[in-house]
Design a protein around this ligand. Structure first.
Ligand code: GLU
Length: 534
């Protein structure tokens, strides 16, 4: 559409969009609270925030909630929460107010009425009595003829008598903008450079429905004027709206903001990150255990690169280096695998206590530790949930640090460490197979460790090595069954660290149970192998 609508060299007067003088920097993001916030919207919010913060400007949050059916305060709260989670704050907004409020469109209806009246009085807008059916018929006709639909302009040319007839029929008019013909609207886009739109390509558009509700292109202009917005930075999907909005500014005789349109965000399959796609919601990343600093870093690199091309940047560093000049108009690719890789990197950089604090909500949600763990007093070991081992914060720090190198998301901590918290474990298939084949070895290991008191990793390892020596087997042959017995799986963090963190009682209990299990599944016990030197 953009390319098609560009038509350099067309004659006629040009409408120059905002010049350099747009006053103090005031930018905004205007999501609709009709669902959970989407990565694309958050990305736009983030770039606006960076632009405002980098220039000492104001960042405004307002809601486009004229879709009363679908707008919901619960989604407003989610938007607040998720912006805060990522570290984005705002200077004016529906929750904190500000000098140019209210900040919800549903509370601004008198303002739209006032501006619509101005446009009616100046003759830029006319009442349109066409019914939905009549418009549909026009549209179908255009389709049949294979041409792009454009309103016929029937009501623009209405005579006094016809207008009166419609009024007596009780038809309630919409308000339509009379688009001037033979003109080219020029947008000096901050990211994409010059964009030209011939007005011939723009249909007379509705600004207020018969119900009195303003439409997006009109309401957004009234909001941006009355909130003194200096720069409109948004996704490229809004490029076709921009000339329409420019015409409204012009008709009102108001100063236009500068526009900048950021490229689309695509999935690796090159599909647009559709609103309802599973990986489109910011909240999902929070619930899946992505760190806000990883998501912010990742989002910064969607359409922007720092001068030296490095990939890991803190929010502070991004802020120091961000400029619209380095934002590309090309689409950027949201690669979930790269985000996961980046997240794992960020997890590795956390100090152990911080990692534990971040993992706690996930462990609590999974019911592995007490709800009050880690709250005041921090060293308390509250009663554990049923079936769980008693843990204090220190124990959690120890356990999660054993998995720090392996987990990619905070949520991964649940599956990775469950066996540390559950009193009873269900060994998985691979562990069961290993246990069945190693009854004698486990018996020996149980004897060894029953007589062992010092439960530090080094001492546990010394005892384990002595056992290996005595049995004349490989370390692996001896240690894997022990691992299977105490963790219920065949892969875990280093065995002796794991045993130390599990504690003596739990290890002995699990080894004893494994021995009993191997004894009961006698048929599966293999004959001692000569090669093993027994
Ligand atoms: N509600 C619109 C959106 O989120 C706002 C567009 C604009 O910034 O003008 O896409």
């Amino acid at each position: 559409m953009t390319q098609a609508a560009r038509s350099p060299g067309r004659g006629g007067p040009e409408t120059e969009a905002a010049g350099p003088d747009v006053g103090p920097v005031r930018v905004r993001v205007a999501p609709s609270p009709t669902g959970p916030i989407h990565v694309g919207n958050m990305h736009t919010a983030f770039f606006n925030w960076l632009f405002a913060r980098g220039r000492g400007g104001a960042f405004i949050l307002r809601f486009e909630d004229t879709d009363l059916e679908r707008s919901d305060p619960k989604f407003e709260r989610l938007i607040f929460e998720e912006m805060r989670w990522l570290g984005l704050d705002w200077d004016e907004g529906p929750d904190i107010g500000g000098p140019y409020g209210p900040y919800r469109q549903s509370e601004r209806l008198p303002l739209y009425e006032e501006y619509a009246r101005r446009l009616v009085e100046s003759g830029h807008v006319y009442p349109c009595y066409c019914t939905a059916e009549e418009l549909e018929a026009e549209r179908a006709e255009a389709q049949r003829a294979g041409v792009a639909y454009k309103y016929s302009g029937r009501c623009r040319r209405l005579g006094e008598a016809e207008r009166e007839r419609f009024e007596t029929e009780d038809r309630v008019p919409a308000l339509r903008f009379a688009v001037p013909g033979g003109r080219v609207v020029v947008i000096d886009d901050l990211i994409r450079g010059r964009i030209e739109y011939p007005t011939e390509a723009i249909s007379d558009f509705i600004i207020v429905r018969p119900s009195g509700m303003p439409l997006y292109n009109f309401a957004v202009v009234v909001d941006d004027i009355t909130m003194r917005v200096s720069h409109v930075i948004r996704g490229e999907g809004h490029i076709p709206n921009t000339p329409v909005q420019c015409l409204i500014y012009e008709a009102l005789g108001e100063r236009q903001p500068r526009f900048g349109h950021v490229g689309h965000i695509l999935l690796p399959s090159r599909e647009k990150m559709a609103k309802r796609a599973g990986n489109a919601y910011v909240g999902m990343y929070r619930e899946e255990g992505f760190l806000p600093e990883a998501l912010i870093n990742f989002m910064a690199l969607l359409g922007w690169t720092p001068a030296d091309g490095r990939e890991f940047l803190t929010l502070r560093e991004i802020l120091a280096e961000f400029s619209l000049e380095r934002v590309t108009k090309a689409p950027s690719v949201f690669d979930p695998e790269k985000l996961t890789w980046m997240n794992a990197n960020y997890i590795r950089r956390l100090d152990r206590e911080e990692l534990a604090r971040r993992c706690l909500p996930f462990l609590k949600k999974a019911g592995l530790v007490a709800e009050s763990l880690g709250e005041d007093p921090p060293d308390a070991a509250p009663d554990p949930p049923a079936g769980m081992v008693r843990s204090d914060f220190e124990r959690v720090v120890w356990i999660v640090s054993l998995e720090q190198e392996r987990i990619e998301t905070l949520k991964d901590i649940v599956a990775a460490t469950e066996f540390f918290f559950r009193r009873d474990i269900e060994p998985d298939e691979a562990a069961l197979k290993m246990l069945r084949e190693a009854g004698d070895i486990l018996d020996e290991a149980l004897q060894t460790y029953r007589n062992h008191e010092d439960w530090s990793p080094t001492s546990l390892e010394a005892a384990g090595r002595a056992l290996v020596e005595r049995l004349g087997l490989s370390g692996r042959k001896v240690f894997q069954p022990i691992r299977a017995a105490v963790t219920g799986r065949v892969a875990s963090p280093p065995l002796f660290d794991t045993m130390a963190a599990l504690g003596r009682d739990l290890c002995l209990e699990r080894m004893a149970r494994a021995v009993a299990f191997t004894a009961s599944s006698s048929s599966s016990r293999p004959p001692p192998s000569g090669a093993d030197g027994r």
